[in-house]
Design a protein around this ligand. Structure first.
Ligand SMILES: [Zn+2]
Length: 259
C-alpha cells in the first residue's frame, strides 16, 4: 500500500493490524558517464514494484521515496546534489517521527546509497530509544551477500545490471565501455587504489576527499559496467524482492523494542 495513494482513514485502518512502514531512500549523484543520476532511487523503486507483485496491500505500507541523500564526496560532478549528513538526519528523523506519532513502530529503510548509511544509523538509534524498531536494507551489499557474483562497486557491473533491468534506455552505450579512471592525485608514490583510498608499502591509507579529484568518470569496480546484463539485473532485483517478502512477516511480529 502506498502512503501517497490512500486517505488518512485508510492509514488508521491499516494501523489496526500492522504498524510497519518501508521508507525508500536514494541519492541524486554521478555513477559514471554511462549511468543516470537517479540510479540510487530507480533501483529501490524497481525492487518495490517487484515486491508489490508478491504481497497483498495490507502487508506493507510504503512511504514516498526520498530522492536526495548525503553525497558530499560526489557533489562536484555535474548534476549531483547532496543534503549532507546533518540535514539528511534531520529530514529522515522528521519523517520517521511523524509516522511514529501516527502509530508506526517498525521502520524498514530500503537504501540505495552508501553515503546514507551513517545518517540512517543515527535515525535508527533515535527510533530504538523511543521503543520502535528500524532496519536498514542496503540492497547492493545484501545482493552481493546473497550471490557473490553480483558484488560490484559504485556504478560498476552490479548497479549497471540493475539499471539495465529497470530500463536499458537509461544506460548510455557510448560510455558503457569506459574503464575506471583512477587519478594519482597524491602523486605516484601514493597511488589511488579506489574511492577514498591510497596505497603505501602494500597497506591501505584512507583519504576522504572529493571523488572527482581521484576518479575521472566516477565509477569504481570490482566489475566493469560492460560486464552487466539485463538477466543479471532481473535475477538480482527479483532476489531482493523475494528477500524482503520473506522478511516482512518476521518484522511485523516483533514486540516493541526494550533495553
Ligand atoms: Zn549507487
Amino acid at each position: 500500500m502506498r502512503l501517497a495513494h490512500i486517505t488518512p482513514l485508510q492509514v488508521q485502518e491499516y494501523l489496526k493490524t500492522n504498524d510497519m512502514i518501508l521508507i525508500p531512500i536514494g541519492s541524486l549523484e554521478n555513477h559514471g558517464r554511462h549511468m543516470p543520476l537517479g540510479t540510487d532511487t530507480l533501483i529501490p523503486d524497481r525492487i518495490l514494484t517487484l515486491l508489490e507483485e508478491r504481497i497483498g496491500p495490507e502487508e506493507l505500507m510504503i512511504a514516498p521515496t526520498l530522492p536526495y541523500g548525503s553525497t558530499d564526496f560526489l557533489e562536484s560532478f555535474p548534476g549531483s546534489i547532496s543534503l549532507g549528513n546533518e540535514l539528511l538526519v534531520q529530514v529522515l528523523e522528521r519523517i520517521c517521527l511523524s509516522l511514529f506519532a501516527d502509530g508506526f513502530r517498525k521502520f524498514i529503510i530500503l537504501n540505495g546509497h552508501g553515503g546514507n548509511t551513517v545518517p540512517i544509523d543515527s535515525v535508527s538509534l533515535t527510533l530504538h530509544k523511543k521503543g520502535a524498531r528500524c532496519l536498514c536494507l542496503n540492497w547492493w551489499t545484501m545482493a552481493g551477500e546473497l550471490n557473490p557474483a553480483w558484488k560490484g562497486g559504485h556504478g560498476g557491473g552490479e548497479e549497471t545490471a540493475a539499471i539495465l533491468a529497470v530500463n536499458p534506455d537509461l544506460v548510455d552505450q557510448n560510455h558503457l565501455h569506459e574503464g575506471q579512471q583512477l587519478i594519482n592525485d597524491y602523486g605516484e608514490a601514493l597511488p589511488t587504489t579506489g574511492f577514498q583510498t591510497l596505497s603505501f608499502q602494500g597497506a591501505t591509507i584512507r583519504a576522504a576527499r572529493p571523488t572527482a579529484s581521484h576518479s575521472g568518470n566516477g565509477w569504481v569496480g570490482p566489475d566493469a559496467p560492460d560486464t552487466a546484463t539485463i538477466e543479471w539485473g532481473e535475477a538480482m532485483l527479483s532476489a531482493m524482492a523475494d528477500y524482503i517478502r520473506d522478511l516482512l512477516p518476521l518484522v511485523k511480529d516483533l514486540p516493541p523494542f526494550e533495553f
